[in-house]
Design a protein around this ligand. Structure first.
Ligand code: HEC
Ligand code: HEC
Ligand code: HEC
Ligand code: HEC
Ligand code: HEC
Ligand code: HEC
Ligand code: HEC
Length: 435
């Protein structure tokens, strides 16, 4: 395998295009999956980001600090403002969509916030506002959760205890254990998930060694204001006090959780710096200050992001797979938490499909999904038209279904796979199912 060559290519490609330095595309072998994994390996080795490798490392306190430092460097990426003193965002404004990063030095593109894009890209802006991406990270106090949880109790089960929630006069929500053992109580800080499937609470804690820990609460809010066990928690056990409130992760693992649900945000000392909430325009397109400046000066601004010559099918799969997961990036813990199905990881399924493998790598996420438009509210019929683009019975060069050439493709070839807590996901490994 051309591993040595891959390193060169990684280096070269990582300076191009959008702001995902870790998930650059490397051209080293015939299979995309192999290319991706080789690249991820090298990239993560160099940047100290291999999660399975990090777990033992974080045991050593001083090394843990290095790990966090590296992850901050990585997040900042091409912003090239790593040595600027971190700018803390006041609590009251931290989970708005407004930018929190200021301009530093010539040519260093910075985040300007999605409002700025609305001026010239009104349609993308409005569609995105209705997408799950636009509401996947907020402060609990800014949502209806304090009212939903207030005065409720919930039995967390053996080794946990019974939770009691209460809202104080300023609207903040806390949880305590009824059997008043320690730990006494915990604020509910951030909420992840738009609520279409679930909303899960995350509280940050500065551990005694300075490392930031994240407590993913054991109770989540499901549609129709129903409280229920957080997905993946039923098999867990609390082995230390803080874990009675939920699953505790440290350092890089907690950073990943924030990384996938925000545009930018760096964990430090038990809080989030430079927070820009939600998966906004600039998460996918990269910091936009230069593009906005150029677009204001020139009628025809230079290529940016997806307009870049280096942007191709694989770039897009890398982009979406960065959060929706690639085969290589599924952790052992995730396999344990979601043992019955890989339907949660759409790119993994798509990459195994004949449609992808046999279509000259023409298939990508945006073949079926406008990246700005939510899938909720799109009719099944509209999705099936995407299948028919390639499986067209009027064109003899296409493979046609002998069972149903016109309708109901999704039901048979991308069926819903029921998950815990009534969540439904579609199997993106498009194939003929036995029954
Ligand atoms: C930074 C991480 C991240 C990236 C990059 C990302 N997503 Fe998502 N995506 C999420 C999260 C988090 C959710 C869950 C939103 C929610 O809470 O409902 C989601 C939800 C979705 C949904 C379902 C919600 C809806 O309203 O339709 C679709 C479809 C989707 N993403 C497609 C894509 C595609 C296509 C790409 C690449 C162009 C992509 N995503 C890139 C994190 C990401
Ligand atoms: C590698 C990226 C990644 C990490 C890490 C991650 N998420 Fe997500 N999360 C996603 C994506 C992508 C979705 C959308 C899933 C879908 O609709 O297929 C999602 C969906 C969700 C949802 C919506 C409900 C659901 O199950 O679809 C919640 C709640 C959530 N995540 C909470 C969390 C919390 C809390 C953490 C950290 C403890 C976390 N996530 C870590 C990418 C990530
Ligand atoms: C989840 C990732 C993601 C997010 C979030 C996102 N985009 Fe995009 N955007 C893409 C991808 C991928 C393409 C290329 C699609 C293609 O190849 O057809 C694209 C294409 C575009 C284009 C050029 C083609 C077109 O649709 O006009 C514009 C302009 C654009 N995006 C603006 C925005 C703006 C403005 C926002 C925020 C309101 C935004 N995008 C949010 C992924 C994203
Ligand atoms: C002052 C107007 C203006 C603003 C503000 C603006 N854009 Fe653009 N954008 C343009 C023009 C003009 C083009 C090129 C023509 C086209 O594709 O629509 C463009 C193209 C794009 C493209 C396609 C890339 C390409 O090279 O083909 C993307 C993606 C994009 N913009 C995203 C954004 C994002 C994200 C923001 C907010 C951070 C933003 N734009 C803010 C005017 C603007
Ligand atoms: C980009 C073009 C493209 C799109 C879009 C597409 N397919 Fe395919 N699909 C293909 C190709 C090419 C093959 C391989 C056919 C062959 O060579 O036999 C294929 C094969 C299949 C197979 C046979 C799989 C197997 O393992 O034998 C099924 C079933 C299928 N597609 C269903 C669908 C459905 C359902 C959709 C829409 C959700 C869809 N396809 C969308 C190109 C596409
Ligand atoms: C061949 C068409 C097709 C392709 C390609 C495709 N999807 Fe989907 N996707 C669908 C359909 C159909 C649904 C179900 C929509 C609905 O709810 O009716 C869906 C749903 C989703 C959802 C919502 C959760 C779920 O599983 O129901 C997410 C997230 C998603 N897709 C992400 C992706 C990503 C990321 C990619 C690229 C790796 C991708 N999809 C490629 C057809 C496709
Ligand atoms: C009622 C379930 C059902 C529906 C609806 C359905 N299919 Fe199929 N499809 C099948 C089965 C079963 C096979 C395998 C048939 C066989 O091998 O004899 C198949 C085979 C295929 C194949 C492979 C054909 C080949 O020659 O290898 C393709 C492509 C395909 N379907 C696409 C589609 C598309 C596109 C749609 C929607 C327009 C669709 N299917 C609707 C059940 C269905």
């Amino acid at each position: 395998m051309g591993v040595r060559r891959s390193e060169e290519t990684c280096e070269r490609k990582s300076r191009h295009g959008h702001n995902q330095p870790r998930f650059t595309f490397c051209d080293i072998s015939s299979s995309f999956i192999a290319r991706t994994s080789a690249c991820l390996d090298r990239q993560s080795e160099r940047k100290g980001l291999n999660i399975t490798r990090i777990i033992p490392i974080t045991i050593g306190v001083s090394l843990a600090a290095v790990t966090i430092y590296l992850s901050m460097q990585q997040q900042i990426g091409e912003l090239a403002i790593a040595d600027e003193p971190t700018q803390s965002v006041a609590k009251s404004t931290s989970s708005t969509d407004s930018p929190s990063v200021t301009k530093e030095g010539p040519q260093a593109a910075t985040y300007v916030g999605r409002q700025q894009c609305a001026e010239c890209h009104r349609e993308n802006f409005e569609q995105h506002a209705a997408h799950g991406h636009a509401s996947t990270f907020s402060e609990v106090a800014e949502t209806d959760l304090p009212d939903i949880f207030d005065q409720q109790t919930f039995d967390g089960g053996e080794s946990y205890g019974t939770y009691q929630y209460s809202k104080d006069s300023s609207g903040n929500l806390t949880v305590s254990l009824l059997a008043d053992e320690s730990p006494s109580n915990l604020p509910l800080q951030y909420v992840l998930g738009s609520g279409h499937n679930a909303r899960t609470i995350l509280t940050l804690n500065r551990a005694s060694d300075g490392v930031t820990e994240g407590i993913e609460h054991r109770v989540s809010c499901y549609p129709n204001q129903r409280l229920g066990m957080t997905v993946g928690h039923s098999e867990k056990k609390a082995t230390r006090d803080l874990e009675k409130f939920g699953d505790v992760t440290r350092g890089e693992l907690t950073q990943r959780c924030v990384y996938c649900h925000t545009t930018t945000g760096i964990l430090t000392e038990g809080r989030i710096d430079r927070l820009v909430s939600n998966v906004n325009c600039e998460k996918c397109h990269g910091p936009g200050s230069e593009h906005v400046r150029q677009a204001r000066e020139l009628k025809d601004p230079p290529p940016y992001s997806v307009g870049d010559a280096a942007w191709d099918v694989e770039s897009e799969i890398q982009l979406c797979g960065d959060c929706h997961r690639l085969p290589r990036s599924i952790t052992k813990q995730e396999l344990r938490d979601y043992p019955n199905t890989l339907a949660r990881f759409q790119p993994v399924g798509m990459l195994r499909s004949k449609c992808y493998l046999a279509s000259n790598r023409e298939m990508k996420c945006s073949t079926c999904h406008d990246p700005h438009q939510s899938v909720h509210g799109i009719s099944q019929h509209a999705h099936e038209q995407k299948c028919i683009q390639c499986h067209d019975s009027n064109d003899s060069s296409h493979t046609i279904c002998p069972v149903s050439a016109e309708a109901n493709c999704i039901k048979c070839h991308m069926p819903v796979v029921p998950q815990e807590q009534d969540i439904e996901l579609h199997d993106h490994w498009i194939r003929v199912h036995e029954d």
